[in-house]
Design a protein around this ligand. Structure first.
Ligand code: FHN
Length: 453
């Protein structure tokens, strides 16, 4: 790390070799050493998030209100016993793990993070710790087994989301405010819940082969302490030394903006939610998780889906700022991926089929104030041109060395783009028509690695 920090402090130029120029860049991303546990994850840049569970059966609706999703048990104040009757209706015969994994692979996602247990406490896997699981429903199948095997068939890393907060386990505290009267605490022992949590994590990390990431959540209640977070992380690392753990294994150590931009103290990466930090999080591994519509869990009436260009734009934005994007789908109660989500995954996949090299394995943009987003990899700089400039050219601000080669990704003939020097920087000409309907990408290969300021 020091070498890297040293370079940044002294160089401050998007140049090749030694020639220094004014400080160009505040974005920086971490590069991976050969045995770096994080290497595959940093290289991937793009994963799929899957929120699926008992709540998916209700599809966001309760007592006439239709604006719920995975928080329906709490937000609709559904008593425990009543909610548990949903297990008798959990029989997602339409669920096809290969379909899910191939949708992820087809979109260009290299890992898939699926809810093994969300806050409602329902487990989608074959656990010996509770009967509140898919094994004790008409479905009687281990969904984590199905997903792990299917992911491997499609070259996608299986990863587990697991909620620390648990609205079902009798020893989990605190109770929901509204259920204190109907669900007394008497005899509840939080330490017993912690043992339960550890036992389930052991099952999840030892029964399904290599798991890429443990994506914890629900760590914000006052019963979950930093010490418990450290103990859980240690447990995970002892069971799976290569595992990547997110920052939410432990409660945030700081509040407000600092917390959002803070380096994960105990986990391996920070997790901005529904946002992409303005300047990324320099020097830190981070991953923005976002919904495709307005909900994580399935909501039948929520058709407010982001467009393919918007979603591709978010993938470009996270990569250009040195982070990963984790894009969510919420399957239905039958286990089907909503058609709007399928359309968007296939649309992103069409763009990634041509442009993945400008996302995967890249580092953050070397430019601080450019009017466009960029990524870099080795000697190549990728410039994203969603708005086709009338001048049919791109200026690489402050760049003093002419690229050896410049071309549009996807241009099968690889027509070289003309380049010239100007006071403002290198100017690269663009073809008359955009090379891609969503976001054309200009590639410039230099004679030396493109390094940040
Ligand atoms: O409460 C959860 C929410 O349901 C969802 O799982 C998101 C996904 O990151 N995390 C929590 C809210 O921060």
């Amino acid at each position: 790390m020091t070498g890297r920090r040293e370079f940044i402090r002294t160089a401050g130029a998007f140049a090749l070799g030694a020639s220094a120029l004014p400080r160009l860049n505040v974005f920086e991303s971490l590069s991976s050493g050969p045995d770096d546990r994080m290497a595959w994850w940093r290289d991937a840049r793009f994963g799929m998030f899957v929120h699926w569970g008992l709540y998916s059966i209700l599809a966001g609706e309760w007592n006439g209100r239709t604006d719920y999703a995975e928080w329906i048990r709490n937000n609709a104040k559904i008593p425990l016993g009543e909610y548990d009757t949903l297990t008798a209706r959990f029989n997602p015969t339409g669920f096809d793990a290969d379909r899910l994994a191939s949708l992820a692979a087809g979109a260009g996602a290299k890992y898939l993070v699926i809810t093994t247990k969300h806050h409602d406490g329902f487990c989608l896997f074959d656990t010996k710790q509770t009967d509140f699981s898919a094994m004790h429903t008409p479905y009687q199948r281990d969904i984590m087994r199905m997903v792990a095997d299917a992911c491997r068939r499609h070259g996608v890393k299986p990863c587990w989301y697991h909620s620390i907060m648990d609205w079902h386990h009798p020893d989990y505290l605190p109770r929901r405010d509204w259920e204190r009267g109907i669900r007394p605490v008497n005899g509840a022992e939080f330490s017993r819940y912690v043992n339960y949590l550890h036992a389930e994590i052991e099952e999840l990390l030892t029964h399904y082969g290599d798991v890429g990431v443990l994506w914890f959540d629900g760590e914000w209640e006052n019963t979950w302490t930093r010490e418990l977070g450290i103990a859980l992380a240690d447990k995970c690392r002892s069971l799976a030394p290569h595992l990547i753990i997110n920052s939410r294994v432990a409660p945030k150590q700081s509040s407000g903006l600092n917390a959002k931009l803070a380096k994960a103290e105990i986990g391996d990466f920070s997790t901005p939610e529904q946002e992409i930090p303005d300047r990324g999080i320099p020097g830190v591994d981070w991953e923005s998780c976002v919904t495709m519509n307005g909900n994580w869990g399935y909501n039948r009436v929520d058709h407010n889906f982001k467009s393919v260009p918007k979603l591709v734009g978010m993938l470009i934005e996270t990569a250009s700022k040195g982070g990963n994007l984790l894009l969510n789908v919420g399957p239905t109660g039958e286990g089907l991926v909503p058609p709007e989500s399928v359309d968007r995954l296939e649309g992103i996949g069409r763009w990634m089929a041509v442009h993945a090299e400008a996302i995967r394995g890249t580092s953050a943009s070397p430019f601080a104030n450019a009017t466009f987003r960029a990524t870099r990899k080795g000697n190549t700089l990728y410039t994203f041109v969603p708005e086709w400039p009338a001048a049919r050219e791109v200026i690489l601000p402050g760049v003093r060395s002419l690229p050896r080669r410049a071309w549009m990704l996807g241009d099968s003939a690889g027509h070289p783009r003309a380049v010239r020097q100007s006071d403002a920087g290198v100017v690269v000409s663009l073809p008359d028509a955009p090379s891609d309907p969503v976001c054309p990408v200009l590639a410039c290969e230099f004679s030396a690695p493109v390094r940040g300021a």
